[in-house]
Design a protein around this ligand. Structure first.
Ligand SMILES: NC(=O)c1ccc[n+]([C@@H]2O[C@H](COP(=O)([O-])OP(=O)(O)OC[C@H]3O[C@@H](n4cnc5c(N)ncnc54)[C@H](OP(=O)(O)O)[C@@H]3O)[C@@H](O)[C@H]2O)c1
Length: 244
């Protein structure tokens, strides 16, 4: 059985780590990697299992008609889409009074509207034989984040979309997963916390391993829930001063 898997936001960070992890799953044969930057996608492909069939699509997910055309091309070519992993995301942390309507719309366009668009199209090619959808939300979507209004509320929408679709698509044999990573060392995190030392927080590869587990047969009971993915990082304590 050969499976086809689409991963958005695959040019770096968490999306890249997920693509690399999943490429070592035996039954997934065809990978479609999406982001706006072709060079990043090609770098990801070079890190993946070379035995897989990997296609890179450099496009803006906010271009809804181009995305619809791409999904129909993939669906017609492979006959079915088995996995859709929605990772692409955008963050520009600002308070209510700092946020322009354009910033608000941009955040929702990447994090919510484009996810709705690609998911709707992919489900048309998933519903005959079932499949798996995984959405990457955030811990910011389920707790108060003053100063991150647009990002946090868009991720809350993603948690709700995942829970609703989990029930709505169950009849087609489609499982919907939602993960909410905590702090993870990527470019996006550098924007959110520029002064943080990335070596002290969770790495994208940790999230990649969790997604690989979830989408394997071990994850059958974990769909429809908001799964928080956090790693406790041990702080190395400097030796306390000896007093004589
Ligand atoms: N890092 C964290 O601490 C953290 C915590 C919780 C949740 N998350 C979530 O995890 C996901 C991945 O984040 P990350 O930290 O890996 O961020 P990242 O390194 O900034 O990666 C974001 C990815 O999304 C793609 N992307 C952004 N806008 C796009 C668009 N309009 N069209 C197509 N692709 C687009 C980017 O590719 P291009 O720029 O090439 O288009 C890139 O591949 C995001 O949804 C984020 O909200 C991250």
């Amino acid at each position: 059985m050969t499976k086809t898997c689409i991963i958005t936001g695959a040019s770096r960070g968490i999306g890249r780590a997920i693509a690399v992890s999943l490429s070592y799953e035996e039954d997934v044969t065809n990978f479609i990697l999406i982001s706006r930057t072709e060079t990043g996608l090609v770098e990801t492909a070079l890190l993946m299992n070379r035995e897989k069939n990997i296609h890179c699509y450099a496009l803006d997910l906010g271009n809804y008609s181009e995305v619809r055309e791409m999904i129909s091309e993939i669906g017609e070519k492979y006959g079915a889409i088995d996995m859709l992993i929605n990772v692409a995301g955008y963050a520009n942390p600002q308070s209510l009074l700092e946020t322009s309507i354009e910033e608000w719309e941009k955040t929702y366009q990447v994090n919510v509207h484009s996810l709705f668009n690609i998911t709707k199209e992919a489900v048309k090619y998933m519903k005959q034989s079932g499949g798996k959808i995984l959405n990457v939300a955030s811990t910011a979507g389920s707790s108060a984040r003053p100063g991150w209004l647009a990002y946090a509320s868009s991720k809350a929408a993603l948690i709700s979309i995942s829970q609703t679709l989990s029930e709505e698509l169950a009849g087609y044999g489609i499982l919907v997963y939602c993960i909410s990573p905590g702090r993870c060392a990527t470019e996006l995190r550098r924007i959110l916390a520029p002064d943080e030392d990335p070596s002290t927080i969770m790495q994208p590869e940790h999230v990649g391993e969790v997604v690989q587990q979830l989408l394997s047969d071990n994850g059958v009971c974990l769909d429809g829930q908001n799964i928080v993915v956090r790693k406790q990082v041990q702080q190395v304590k400097s030796p306390s001063k000896q007093t004589s």
